[in-house]
Design a protein around this ligand. Structure first.
Ligand code: SF4
Ligand code: SF4
Length: 223
């Protein structure tokens, strides 16, 4: 999932300082799972913003809604009835995709309430770890399911750098060396011989060198 983290209340308050009435829009997808932008967080942010403005003697009106997803036009349709003329600003509590989908769809000022961090998962309750850099051509079948692009600090494809010490990455003793993890796992699985194959330089053209990427699935497109 996409992992995001809320901006501070003060930061969001600053972003909407000129508004009298805002629509706070949550998302029921990834940001609900990582406890950053779901229905509960919408309620908390909206009331915190109202209280802050009350203190400043500049009352703020909020309307709150949480869509199943902000990255899908069918859910975006549902937003239409909330985007009334008196709404000065939309505060999106989705990832950057949701913010941009709202901006593409409606002629309203929209601001992000979250910082979109990475593609990852929950390691324990309240702790999320990055696992994928969305590189466009996955190599996990060669590395025992451990991503060298993201989990190795230098994104090395052919084994550890000289800084790997006692299984830790040279950048920080708290960071596991990804290549130690890969080696240990390949050994455990009896697949060490696969690591002897030289991995050529990565073809980054599948990643970000061609500008914004698009996935087209003609088989599921509606004519
Ligand atoms: S190799 Fe690329 S697609 Fe696969 S997990 Fe790593 S960054 Fe993600
Ligand atoms: S110590 Fe390991 S994880 Fe860190 S940069 Fe070197 S190979 Fe990558």
């Amino acid at each position: 999932m996409i992992v995001a983290q809320g901006k501070s209340i003060a930061e969001v308050a600053k972003l909407i300082e000129d508004a009298n009435k805002v629509l706070v829009v949550g998302c029921g997808g990834c940001v609900t799972v990582c406890l950053a932008g779901g229905e509960k967080e919408v309620g908390v942010l909206a009331s915190a913003l109202r209280m802050l403005r009350q203190k400043e003697n500049k009352p703020l009106e909020t309307v709150e809604v949480t869509l199943s997803r902000q990255c899908d036009p069918e859910y975006m349709d549902m937003l239409e009835k909330y985007i009334t003329d008196d709404i000065d600003c939309v505060v999106s509590m989705a990832c950057g995709v949701g913010v941009q989908f709202i901006a593409e769809r409606f002629d309203k000022w929209v601001v992000p309430a979250l910082n979109t961090k990475f593609a990852g998962g929950a390691m324990e309750h309240g702790v999320w770890g990055e696992r994928c850099g969305l590189c466009g051509e996955c190599v996990l079948h060669k590395t025992g399911g451990i991503c060298p692009i993201i989990r190795c600090s230098k994104s090395i494809l052919n084994g550890p750098c000289g800084g790997s010490q006692d299984g830790k990455c040279e950048i920080n003793q708290d960071v596991e060396c990804a290549w130690q993890l890969i080696y240990d796992r390949m050994k455990k699985l009896g697949q060490l011989d696969k690591l002897m194959e030289i991995e050529p330089a990565k073809d980054w053209s599948k990643s970000r060198d061609g500008g914004p990427r698009k996935v087209v699935r003609e088989d599921v497109m509606i004519p």
